[in-house]
Design a protein around this ligand. Structure first.
Ligand code: SF4
Length: 164
């Protein structure tokens, strides 16, 4: 019998897609090498929200990603443009893709104000705020694991989720 591969949402930049604000990738070599063991569903929330590539980087102002979804905080680019609507749209579209594909796990790029669980790109006094897309996924019960370029994969946390 065929072993079912887990369907996993993945920040596209971690797989080598050049979708970052500076049109570069954030390739995690271990994850790419492991990608045939899963059904990866690459997503870039900022592109899905309608932002161009390259684009100006944006920071969270007034709260974290959960506050953005609750209307209490914003995303503002370095030149002062409000891109909150695009970040929210990208988070919602990413969740729609999770629903359509049945993904219950997400491997998301660390430090991003969209994908990260603890981004430094936030003006909260306590550093390390959840990003907008990570927040919506967590609130819908999707297990989010954040990964950086140099991280080893698969992590113990990931293996424990897919092989409970
Ligand atoms: S971190 Fe997320 S939003 Fe940023 S480029 Fe990667 S996939 Fe896109």
């Amino acid at each position: 019998m065929l072993r079912q591969k887990p369907v996993v949402l993945v920040s596209a930049c971690l797989l080598g897609i050049r979708c970052r604000y500076d049109q570069k990738d954030a390739l995690c070599r271990d994850l790419l090498a492991y990608s045939s063991e899963i059904h990866p569903v690459p997503v870039c929330p900022e592109q899905l929200g309608g932002l161009p590539t390259p684009r100006e980087p944006a920071d969270l102002k007034g709260g974290d990603g959960a506050d953005v979804l609750g209307g209490r905080a914003k995303l503002v680019t370095r030149s002062g443009k409000d891109v909150t609507k695009q970040f929210i749209r990208g988070a919602e579209e990413t969740y729609r893709i999770a629903e359509i594909t049945g993904a219950r796990i997400a491997l998301m790029k660390d430090k991003s104000p969209s994908c990260g669980l603890a981004t430094p790109h936030c003006d909260l006094p306590q550093r390390g705020a959840i990003g907008v897309t990570a927040s919506i996924l967590v609130s819908k019960g999707i297990r989010v694991i954040e990964l950086g370029v140099e991280d080893k994969f698969p992590t113990q946390e990931f293996l424990a989720i897919v092989n409970p």
